[in-house]
Design a protein around this ligand. Structure first.
Ligand code: HEM
Length: 274
């Protein structure tokens, strides 16, 4: 990361300079994006009433932008890779999803963003994938602000807290005996939500420090998985059996596959659709 520092700085500077230029040229800004909003806060105290007045500078803005880019790219890619892995390991689920896509979209055009809300089975598949493979298995570490007792355990002020979302997702007392199985049907007719309200499914965390990019992340993952499954039939290479697939995880702040996923696509839509 240290080696890349200068290159990253150049990219972020370019983004900022482009936005500053547009802001200078257009007195009334028709559409403000995230960078415009950050720039409008530059060199101003965040909250003048605060004891320590905190001013947002150019370096802070670059830090926030880089945070966003890193938090957005790896997480979405990891979620897509696990979802496709589980679909390859569970051909029946893959077929159900492909059927839903054919019913809703047809085979004469590709999936568009407007279709996503109609894809209920895709939603169940995604919930199931994030239950078994939460991208950030321990979420992001927290610190307790005061002494608190939970379930008879005293957690002293300033303790480092890790929430093991991975273990919660695989706890049979919370889910069911088939907890290790990839079974999207468990979410049929259920209002279990993954946006931070149900503590048994927390792929985006919860509360004030929950993922601010959840909506974008969900849209990206839904969109990419839908297009991959809709446009192609997928097979494992070298006549590998689904049950022999390597599903080893690589532990880290985000937990992706230890080894690359290999799969063979075959075009599935009507000729000349793409
Ligand atoms: C499928 C995609 C994604 C998943 C699974 C995911 C998951 C998470 C999780 C679990 C956290 C920690 C929440 C907590 O501890 O309560 C988090 C934090 C964060 N996410 Fe995401 N995320 C995704 C996409 C994105 C995207 C697209 C962005 C930006 C556009 C983003 C930006 C962030 C940021 C900035 C934080 C830190 C928030 C803070 O510390 O206050 N994430 N994400």
């Amino acid at each position: 990361m240290k080696k890349l520092r200068n290159d990253i700085d150049k990219v972020l500077e370019k983004i900022i300079i482009e936005h500053e230029q547009v802001a200078r040229e257009q007195q009334i800004h028709s559409r403000k994006d995230f960078v415009d909003v950050l720039l409008s806060l530059m060199n101003q105290p965040m909250n003048p009433q605060d004891e320590h007045v905190y001013i947002v500078g150019r370096t802070n803005i670059k830090g926030i932008l880089w945070d966003m880019i890193v938090a957005a790219s790896d997480t979405s890619a990891v979620a897509i890779e696990w979802t496709i892995s589980e679909l390859l390991r569970n051909p029946k689920v893959m077929k159900n999803l492909q059927n839903e896509l054919e019913n809703v979209v047809g085979r004469d055009r590709i999936v568009e963003e407007k279709d996503l809300d109609k894809l209920e089975y895709l939603d169940m598949v995604l919930k199931e994938s994030l239950r078994l493979h939460p991208v950030a298995p321990f979420l992001v570490p927290r610190e307790s602000m005061k002494d608190i007792t939970i379930d008879g355990y005293l957690i002293p002020k300033k303790s480092r807290i890790l929430i093991n979302a991975w273990a919660i997702g695989r706890d049979s007392s919370v889910w069911s005996e088939n907890v290790e199985e990839f079974d999207p049907e468990r979410f049929a007719n259920s209002d279990t939500d993954f946006r931070g309200h149900d503590f048994k499914l927390l792929p985006f965390g919860s509360g004030r420090r929950g993922c601010p990019g959840m909506q974008l992340g969900l849209t990206i993952v839904r969109f990419v998985v839908a297009q991959l499954v809709h446009c192609f039939d997928w097979e494992l290479p070298c006549e590998m059996k689904a049950e022999d697939m390597d599903m080893t995880e690589k532990f880290g702040l985000s937990m992706g596959r230890a080894n690359n996923l290999l799969a063979k696509p075959a075009y599935h839509l009507l000729p000349k659709t793409i």
